[in-house]
Design a protein. Sequence first.
Length: 424
Amino acid sequence: MLLRLIKYFRGYVEVALWGYAPERFLNLCSNHNILIWDLRQEGDVYYFHISVDGFRSLKPLLRKSGTHVKISKKNGVPFFFFRYRKRKILFFSIFVCMLILYTLSRFIWKIHINGNDSVSDDSLLQFLEEKNSSYGTRVSDIDCTKLEEEIRSCFQSIIWTSVKREGTTLTIDVQENLVVSSQPSGTKLPEEFQEQDQKGYDLLALHDGTIESIFVRKGTPNVQQGDEVKKGDVLVSGALPIYDDSGTLTDYQYCTADADIQLKTEYAYKDRFPAKHTWKKYSGRLQKRYGISFGDTYVQLPWKKTGYEQYTVMDTRMQVRLCDSFYLPVYFVCRTYEEYEEVKSVYTKKEAKQQAALHLTEFLEKLTQKGVLILEKHVMIRTEKNKYTVSGNITVLENTFQYAVNAAQVKDTGDEGNVENESE
């Protein structure tokens, strides 16, 4: 491939050879180290490729062998420039295109993220944007080593990462911890609590409920399995009592409490939606348009109206690339228009139950994303004045709490405030 490019840039010609002893001519070329290639025979005529310098040295060999040659085709950059030497606008356009390509090659236009599961692509892309390492960032401004360290420190579930720059592409490979973290889902230990200074911090209940299980790593438990607790009750104290040999309490050692606590609690659920609604009835008619997108700018080729009064739009985009790692901020777009008609109707009882079940499922999915385990759900649907009302209770098992300065320490120091972090 490289040799072909060199030949094309230096220029070469296709030659037709005929005469008394063409075989002798070919042997003479070999003896004089004149390179010819792509040799073929058509009747009494031989065709082959030869460089421009090689063609100029053929005259004595032709005289010795009694053969004749004729140029049948010219190839390569020198002939291209000679052929279009009077078209200055063409060469200026080529120069401008090459300058644009060189400028675009200095920025990142494609980001590949591999190996992530619990951490979404959107979260990582948002992080990269905050660190000024996202789309449109100069390649020279990205410090791969520093970015690797920042990703590991920001996302606790990521234990290994690799950041590579190649062309206009930024590739991020991550590996997540397969062991479930002991830190409760949705509860983040504040940085000031991790300093382990002389302050003590308690674990407080976020909701009313029943303790299903408790495992304390650090601190003094104030509850046990089966206890009923109220919101704000201290579950694990950050004060560790110190006793002397006689069993007398002498002092407290303060720490940041740490525990796994499974709390059985109930969430109140309520939802309302009107009985009358408008839905889209699709006619099945589709139209496709093709265009080019530059960032947020879309140019349709050719421009033509759909003729639909109401329609939905769906885009299929393909990013332009010159090679595997050289992407450009240009997209080929296939835009699909689908016609529909708005129809007004009233939910039947069956449709209302389906709609209520859909809303309930979305609510339960949000709870599940917080690490909440759904145990039971009891909901009822009622009709009242052209509306449907869904209400009930959802019993869950969650491992979550909030932090607060140890109550005994607040009294000793006179600190009226407390530091807390709610996981909701």
